[in-house]
Design a protein around this ligand. Structure first.
Ligand SMILES: Nc1ncnc2c1ncn2[C@@H]1O[C@H](COP(=O)(O)OP(=O)(O)OP(=O)(O)O)[C@@H](O)[C@H]1O
Ligand SMILES: [Mg+2]
Length: 229
């Protein structure tokens, strides 16, 4: 569904992503792993068109989307939950959820968002900034689902979140993937969460995709070499 070929990216003179190839197959939950600063967030931003790429291609359902604007990628079916959530603290929960609908006036917030996260309905009139970290994360995921994506990119969704909500978020991602058929690309460093949530993995090390496989094949050797600190 999502195919990245020979992707290169620079911040100024720093070569961050190096010839990255990555395939995310339809219906699967793929976990992108790697230590801090290896380029995981940069890769998701390139996929969404939030950072320019220096070379390579990004194909979504066979179409080259490398030159498309972020909003057009979102409308084509890519949903994005950024690292650190990036909700709008001054807007209400409902206003946050309406942001992606800006130019689609006829359509409201899909009921499914509130079914997945009832707390967002209860808190619809509260300001985003008044929510707990876990609730803000639920809001960020809800916002990414408003345009009914076919693939959901999530960047470290449990960073700094209380354990009870971590479990809820893992369950929601699994439900979206296994029961509703949503394809997932999850960035995650924590092994138990990655194993519980994803079917397969890819590892970035210094901007290179150094390993990929089924989650069951992620053994101690790879963990030692690329993941433990
Ligand atoms: N806007 C920027 N300008 C310059 N360098 C940047 C910028 N954003 C990230 N970098 C650098 O690019 C490299 C990759 O960063 P990136 O945020 O993609 O890593 P990451 O794998 O997501 O790390 P983490 O696990 O800490 O979130 C790092 O060396 C980082 O310092
Ligand atoms: Mg990151």
């Amino acid at each position: 569904m999502l195919r990245i070929q020979g992707l290169n990216q620079y911040y100024g003179g720093s070569h961050i992503l190096r010839d990255v190839d990555l395939d995310v197959q339809e219906g699967r939950a793929n976990c992108l792993m790697g230590r801090n600063g290896m380029g995981k967030t940069t890769l998701l931003k390139c996929i969404m068109g939030l950072e320019p790429i220096a070379g390579g291609r990004i194909l979504f359902k066979g179409e080259d989307i490398s030159r498309k604007r972020p909003y057009d990628r979102a409308r084509l079916g890519l949903g994005y939950v950024p690292q650190g959530r990036e909700i709008f603290p001054q807007l209400t929960v409902e206003e946050n959820l309406r942001v992606p609908l800006a130019s689609k006036r006829s359509k409201g917030i899909p009921e499914r968002v509130y079914e997945l996260f009832p707390v967002l309905k209860d808190m619809a009139r509260r300001r985003g900034g008044d929510l707990s970290g876990g609730q803000q994360q639920q809001l960020a995921i809800g916002r990414a689902l408003v345009l009914d994506p076919e693939i959901l990119l999530l960047d470290e969704p449990i960073e700094g979140i209380q354990p009870n909500i971590v479990k809820e978020i893992s369950e929601v991602i699994r439900l979206l993937n296994r029961e509703q058929g949503l394809t997932i690309l999850l960035v995650e460093q924590k092994l138990p969460f990655a194993r519980a949530t994803a079917d397969c993995f890819s590892i970035l090390n210094n901007g290179r995709n150094v390993a990929s496989g089924e989650m069951t094949e992620l053994g101690d050797d790879l963990i030692q070499e690329h993941l433990t600190v």
